[in-house]
Design a protein around this ligand. Structure first.
Ligand SMILES: *Cc1c(COP(=O)(O)O)cnc(C)c1O
Length: 370
């Protein structure tokens, strides 16, 4: 299906072959144990026990794997996928490189848990410069990074990482596999939260890892089976159902982000605007070369916490909420979570509302909050 376009791929990804009388997407299979063949036991069927085996989850993994261009394993959340990947691949004495400006809980996990088990953690800004990578086992980057939206040139970094004998993992949460295919750009592993734009309805938590190497897939699968951080059948089904509209949702979210970026860039009461799709943004040259489409997320600064609160009070279409990539436009003042961003820093996630309505609402709310 690689010759087909994004909308077509999303609608068909992971669906079983048509069969008269069967639904397009089979409903969730709820099972802890399954019936076993009395003689052959678990060798007779793909389903023995729910922790390693669930057919609803396998269909979702086929779908995400198709979009990423690799084998996929889903996890209970993005954090379960990322921490699982780090713990499965790193041994005491190994060195890992992580972003200084990436998802805050990953940095917290690295300085608490990873360092305690004897892994050396080095932090590097997403946009670089990257140090000498000799002796490094794994480089994990986030591009575009959440929440600052800097990007890194993946093919160039992959060449350096591989020359040092290390692995490159890319957090693809912000871009989604329609925005960027890290495995095609030289990464060994993709890891992501499916909670955000991938599923986009603000109603479930999901994570995944994807890779082409059978060894890496096996390591991740074995880790997930022993630690048990699997998504439930209902969430897996809901995620697969939502995936069909990813192309449509992203199309509107990107258009809304472009319109809001134009609006915000022209205002003297907004500073620090970042959107990798805007010519003039520091991330634009690399982002426009390696990304297939731009995210619906932008960031900017309104000066202080009180102005952000006044803005959110005045806006009718911008919900005060964390996370991003959902159907509803939302904005998050990151510093309220203990993140190391300035007090007036806002990450705004565009929903699928009509662009004219959103631009009018944000304009009015900025005016009212001055
Ligand atoms: C949200 C997020 C995560 C964590 O995902 P959860 O599903 O919330 O556990 C990891 N990385 C990035 C870039 C994120 O935005």
């Amino acid at each position: 299906m690689t010759d087909q376009h994004d909308g077509t791929r999303c609608v068909h990804a992971g669906l079983p072959d048509p069969s008269p009388g069967q639904p397009f997407l089979p409903g969730p299979v709820f099972a802890a144990p399954y019936h076993l063949d009395p003689r052959q036991g678990p060798a007779a069927a793909p389903n023995g026990y729910g922790r390693p085996d669930n057919p609803t989850r396998r269909l979702l993994e086929a779908a995400i794997g198709e979009l990423e261009g690799g084998e996929c394993r889903t996890f209970a959340s993005g954090q379960a996928a990322i921490t699982g990947l780090l713990l499965a691949l790193l041994k005491p004495g190994d060195t890992v490189v992580l972003p200084t400006d990436g998802y805050f809980p990953v940095r917290a996990f690295a300085t608490d848990t990873l360092q305690q088990v004897g892994v050396t953690v080095r932090f590097v800004p997403t946009a670089g410069p990257y140090p000498d990578l000799d002796g490094v086992r794994l480089v994990l980057v986030e591009t575009p990074a959440n929440p600052g939206l800097d990007v890194v040139d993946l093919p160039a970094l992959a060449a350096r990482v591989h020359a040092a004998g290390a692995l490159l993992a890319v957090d693809n949460t912000t871009a989604t596999p329609l925005g960027q295919r890290p495995l095609d750009l030289g990464a060994d592993l993709v890891v992501a939260s499916g909670t955000k734009a991938l599923t986009g309805h603000s109603d479930l938590l999901l994570g995944y890892v994807a890779a082409r190497s059978a060894d890496l897939v096996e390591t991740v699968t074995a880790w997930r089976t022993v630690t048990g951080a699997v998504p439930g059948a209902f969430d897996a089904w809901l995620a697969h159902r939502s995936l069909a509209t990813l192309d449509l949702r992203l199309g509107r979210q990107t258009a809304n982000a472009a319109a809001l970026a134009d609006l915000l860039a022209g205002r003297d009461d907004v500073t620090g605007l970042r959107w990798p799709g805007r010519p003039g943004d520091p991330a634009y040259p690399v982002a426009s070369a390696q990304m297939r489409r731009m995210p619906g997320v932008l960031s900017f600064d309104l000066g202080d916490a009180d102005r952000v609160a006044r803005f959110l009070d005045a806006a009718r279409l911008v919900a005060a909420a964390t996370s991003f990539g959902g159907l509803h436009t939302s904005a998050d003042r990151r510093a309220q979570w203990g993140d190391d961003t300035p007090p007036g820093f806002v990450r705004l996630s565009c929903g699928v509302e009509d662009t004219v309505d959103l631009v009018a609402d944000v304009t009015a709310a900025l005016d009212a909050s001055r």
